[in-house]
Design a protein around this ligand. Structure first.
Ligand SMILES: *[C@@H]1O[C@H](CO)[C@@H](O)[C@H](O)[C@H]1NC(C)=O
Ligand SMILES: *[C@@H]1O[C@H](CO)[C@@H](O)[C@H](O)[C@H]1NC(C)=O
Length: 216
């Protein structure tokens, strides 16, 4: 009886704590990146991640009128905390579960609504692009609701191990600015690639995607 009450009290505290994002209190050592062998672009750190976030959003593209290919103009995504998820919903396949719901969502439905529909905790923050601190182009930023952020600079890039014409590349990024993390990885991508060619003058497009972001 005593231990039951203690457990109830502890889980109430855990619920309160999880409402305000901070360094994850759970053991994240079980959240391991499954990286393809035979490549050196993405090398997993030996430490456990600080956070693992599920990104649900869009990759944006514009049509380059001379190459008639879509080029990336950034992305915007909601981030859900999946650091402590083990089996329910399954960590290994959460990006596909989320993408199926996101892909079927009506136009205009916010990505923030996807988490609760598959039993994820509230939004941890967002991912978007900003003018690069280097002064050239744009850079990806991950910004948490607790005020912490990191702006990254790409240091590694491999095509998605499965269906790379559909699923965006897996990436490794180093910290360019901010205190949230020193390294960021984008893996387990679902969708997000543009059509293989475009017609000059066609409108900019946004392609839905999901991915896991590992922050170290
Ligand atoms: C289109 O692609 C060409 C070749 O890669 C590049 O030189 C040019 O800057 C691009 N145009 C725009 C508007 O990005
Ligand atoms: C991407 O497109 C969406 C609309 O689909 C827009 O809300 C967002 O600001 C765009 N972000 C970037 C970086 O282009």
């Amino acid at each position: 009886m005593f231990s039951f009450q203690l457990l109830s009290a502890l889980s109430s505290v855990a619920l309160l704590v999880s409402a305000a994002p901070a360094r994850r209190a759970c053991d994240t050592s079980g959240a391991v990146m499954d990286l393809p062998s035979g490549q050196t672009q993405l090398v997993a750190p030996t430490t456990a991640p600080l956070y693992v976030a599920l990104g649900v959003g869009v990759q944006n593209y514009t049509c380059n009128a001379s190459t008639l290919k879509y080029t990336s103009t950034g992305a915007v995504a909601s981030l859900f905390d999946i650091s402590c998820i083990d089996t329910t919903p399954a960590f290994a396949t959460i990006q596909t579960t989320a993408f199926n719901v996101w892909s079927a969502a009506p136009a205009g439905a916010p990505a923030t609504s996807i988490g609760s529909s598959i039993g994820l905790p509230p939004v941890l923050g967002s991912h978007f692009f900003v003018t690069s601190p280097t002064g050239t182009g744009i850079s990806p930023e991950w910004s948490f609701t607790n005020g912490q952020f990191v702006i990254g600079s790409k240091v590694g890039d491999i095509t998605a191990p499965t269906d790379s014409a559909t699923n965006v590349d897996w990436l490794a990024l180093n910290n360019l600015q901010g205190t949230l993390a020193s390294k960021i990885f984008r893996i387990d991508t679902v969708n997000g690639q543009p059509p293989s060619s475009c017609v000059a003058g066609s409108a900019d497009i946004s392609v839905k995607y999901t991915a896991k972001y590992f922050l170290y």
